[in-house]
Every structure is written in C-alpha cells, then in structure tokens.
Design a protein around this ligand. Structure first.
Ligand SMILES: *Cc1c(COP(=O)(O)O)cnc(C)c1O
Length: 475
C-alpha cells in the first residue's frame, strides 16, 4: 500500500527521481508522435514556462482579486474574436481546453432553449456530423442530451440535406467542424449556417483544431471555404490555444456572437452560505498560469510568427500528403483543408492497421481511425525534420505488409480491425469499460502486460471474438 512518505525530502532529490519516470514516454520532440503535443521549439517552451510561472499561484476564480488575469482573458478573447472575423459584439470566455469548450455550448444552448420555452420535458437534441469530436458525445452524456448523428458524404464532409431533415422542435443546436479531427476537412459551414438561420437554431463551429491555423492560412494566401463569424448563422466558435496557438496546455477559447447567447452559460447562485456565487464557465478555481501563457504566446508570436509557422507546417504537410499518395496502395482520405489528415489502403492486400503496426515497430507512434479504417497524422513543426524518414519507413512498411499479408490477422492489426468491424458496438464498450476499471482500480493495472506477455487489449479482443463466435453459433 502506497502512502505519503513519513519524512520530508530535499526538493532536488524528488525532482531527480521524477525525471527517470519519463524515460519510456512518447518522444514528441523528434516528431515521432503525430498527436498530443504541439511543440514549437525549446526556446518557445521555456518562454511559456516563464510566463506560466509568473502567474502560477493566481486564481481566475475571482476576477476582482486578480485583475491581471481578467485583463489577459479579455484581451485573449478579443484577439481570438478578431482572428475569427467577429465584430465588436462577440464575447466569450477562456476555458480549460477543447473539451470544456464543447461541453459548455451544449449546456448553454439547452438553457437558452429552456428560457425560450422551446423545449419542455422531452430530451433535447443536438445535430452533428458523424465526424464530430467525441467531446460532443461526452457533453450529451453529461447533460442528458440526445446526439443526432448525421452521415458524411464521400468527401468526409457532412451531408447537409440529411442534417436539415433531422431538425425538429427538440433541436437545441447544430454543431460542425472546421476542420474535423479524423479527416481534417471543413464541413460545409456556409450551407449549414443558412439552414440554421432559416430554422432559428444556434450553430456552433468546432474550430478547436483550426481556430489558430485556418485564419493564418488565409492570411498567407490559401483559399478556404468560410468557416467563422463571417458566415451568417454561426452563433459560437471554439478554438484551442493549446493546439496550434502554441500555448501551454489548459487553454481554449469559447466565443459567442453576442451576450444574448453567452449569458445562458453563466452560473449564479445567490443563496449559498459561502456567499453569492457567480462563475462564467465550468471550473471553480481557475489556474492563472495557462491564461497568462496563452496571452504571452499570442503577443510573442504575433500574426507574423503564426503565419511563418503555418507556412512551414503546410509545406511539410504537402510533402507528406504528396509522398503518401505516391506510395502504391495508399491514398489520403478526402481532401484535407489543413495540416491534419488520414490515409487509407487502396489495395485489398494491404491491411492499413498492419502498416500501422510495422510503423510502430520502426519507432513511430501511430494513431488509428475506424469506420472507415485509416492512419492519422497531425503535423507540427517537429515533423519537418522527420518527414523524409517517415515517408521512407512508410514505403517500406507497405512493401513489408504486401509481402506478409498474414500480418493483417495478427497482433494489434487484428485487434483494431476487429474492433472497427464488430457489428455489436455495445460489446466493445463493455470490454473497454472493464479495461478502464482495471486501469483505475486499486492496483492500477495498465492494459499492456510486462515483458514477454501478450498485451491485455489483445486478450480483451480475443474474448470479444470468442463471444461473437458463440453468438453466431446460437443463430
Ligand atoms: C482536440 C479537439 C477537441 C477537444 O479538445 P481537448 O483540448 O483535447 O479537450 C474538440 N474538438 C476538436 C475538433 C479537437 O480537435
């Protein structure tokens, strides 16, 4: 049983022992990972730490006590509103990240619908593309709202005609992506905006990924479909500063077209014995560091800095996408609008998950997509130096899988393939739930076993397989 050590230790000693804990962590600085960390360079990271440190202890919970933080928040919101072509009426709050920026609009628009007596006792509904970020599903679970999921067209953008048909009197909002996390494509925001305006339904654009990237692409000459407050009908936008804003983790921005919407997000309780309480967003205590570091990043990089980074990242993205498209048996999925893309197999002999496994063996950390199957990449400045190696390894991996097609029914590839294709989705959920109970249980069992043993996840997969076999036999 672990407990707090009885004796104090020198700070230095504790720090040293912590360092070794990270030796097996994902190596993001050399571009081996394709998600999770947006690393610009060591100097910028040190600058963020310094800015973060200046307001390390301050608490945004009470903006009267820490006017500095309120000022940072106000200016960051204004800068983001300008970036996304909002007028002077655009208002918003900083949040702890993309997920909070997705959770809150669902609650806010539900409250608004209630206030307008648009919904009664029936469960409210939100309408979203199948490709919408999973945080919106989480919001629906948390706030007891129904997710109405709309299929994608062949180009991986949402089918607007299908979306339109699903609007009813319980609809509290529509949401679409700019761009979507899986395929990096911008949904038809203008068309949806038109529908939203006609039907008087609030429309949120999830630009968590693109909010600090697409505008700079436009500024350096890329032509993109309109996705921001220029589109009539768009009532709110989320943009993560901790992604392509190159800020410290823990910061996103949630903007509304005007106070008419934002006011429904505020929480006020006047009868608490602790005093009258008012809070703009989800958190109580709001750490000052991330707020300060976001302001610092935007001021230090400036438009010119972001433009330069965006240009470099797009150069690298083009190189990667062109390279992948020239590999026999692979193709980019859809036509990604920015630096996030996925690719799939075009050859039945090439199992794309097996390609992913071979890439992992070569030291890359690969993210998988399902339904349809693909491998995913989010390009950052760290990838410039890694792109050539990635393409070379990928070409080799595809050749290797072509020569060894049995790899597709082995190891992780088999598990991912099965998980992607099992028709009984509830079973996957059950098995993953068991896995989480183990990971967060009293013994902290990680899904990967010790050396020499099979990864736990595969065993879970096998068990699902066995059950399914039983199921089909019974039939
Ligand atoms: C990353 C992301 C989110 C969730 O953001 P977190 O910061 O991971 O909580 C939501 N939507 C999109 C489109 C994203 O890319």
């Amino acid at each position: 049983m672990t407990s707090i050590p009885l004796n104090s230790k020198p700070y230095q000693e504790v720090l040293e022992s912590m360092q070794s804990f990270g030796k097996d962590d994902a190596k993001y600085k050399n571009g081996r990972t394709w998600s999770l960390v947006y690393h610009l360079n060591d100097e910028h990271t040190q600058f963020l730490k310094d800015a973060h440190g200046l307001y390390f202890s301050e608490n945004g919970l009470n903006p009267m006590a820490f006017k500095s933080l309120k000022r940072f928040e106000h200016e960051v919101v204004k800068m983001a509103a300008g970036l996304l072509n909002g007028d002077q009426n655009v208002v918003g709050t900083m949040t702890s990240g993309g997920t909070e920026s997705c959770l809150l609009p669902v609650m806010t628009y539900r409250e608004r619908a209630k206030a307008k007596k648009r919904i009664g006792s029936i469960k409210p509904e939100i309408i979203a593309p199948q490709s919408i970020h999973v945080a919106w599903e989480k919001a629906c679970k948390y706030f007891n709202v129904k997710m109405v999921s709309i299929p994608l067209k062949k180009d991986f953008r949402v089918d607007v005609m299908a979306l339109k048909k699903k609007i009813n009197k319980h609809t509290i909002m529509i949401v679409a992506s700019a761009p979507s996390y899986p395929h990096g494509v911008i949904d038809p925001i203008e068309e949806i905006g038109q529908v939203a305006l006609e039907r008087k339904i609030p429309f949120h654009v999830d630009a968590c990924l693109g909010g600090f990237f697409l505008p700079f692409m436009e500024q350096i000459g890329f032509t993109l479909p309109a996705f921001d407050f220029r589109v009539p009908g768009v009532t709110s936008i989320s943009a993560d500063v901790h992604k392509y804003g190159f800020a410290a983790k823990g910061v996103s921005i949630l903007l509304y077209r005007n106070m008419e919407y934002l006011k429904h997000q505020f929480f006020i309780h006047q009868d608490w014995p602790g005093g009258v309480f008012a809070s703009p967003a989800l958190l109580g205590t709001r750490p000052g560091g991330p707020i300060a570091a976001a302001w610092a990043a935007m001021n230090a990089l400036g438009k010119k800095g972001y433009q330069k980074i965006t240009g470099q990242i797009m150069g690298c993205t083009k190189k990667l996408m062109d390279g992948i498209n020239t590999i026999d048996g692979l193709a980019i999925m859809g036509r990604p609008h920015m630096s996030v893309f996925a690719y799939a197999s075009t050859d039945p002999v090439i199992n794309i998950f097996a390609v992913g496994d071979v890439m992992e063996d070569k030291g890359w950390h690969i993210d998988r997509l399902q339904r349809p199957e693909g491998l995913h990449a989010m390009v950052t400045p760290a990838h410039e130096a890694a792109a050539d190696q990635y393409l070379m390894d990928l070409r080799e991996a595809v050749d290797f899988v072509r020569e060894n097609p049995q790899l597709g029914s082995k190891g992780n590839a088999a598990m991912y393939g099965m998980i992607a294709n099992i028709p009984f989705r509830g079973m996957i959920k059950k098995q993953v739930l068991k896995m989480m109970e183990k990971m967060y249980g009293p013994d902290c069992e990680m899904p990967l076993d010790q050396e020499g043993k099979e990864p736990l996840a595969i065993r879970l997969g096998a068990r699902v397989m066995n059950r399914l076999k039983g199921f089909s036999k019974k039939k």
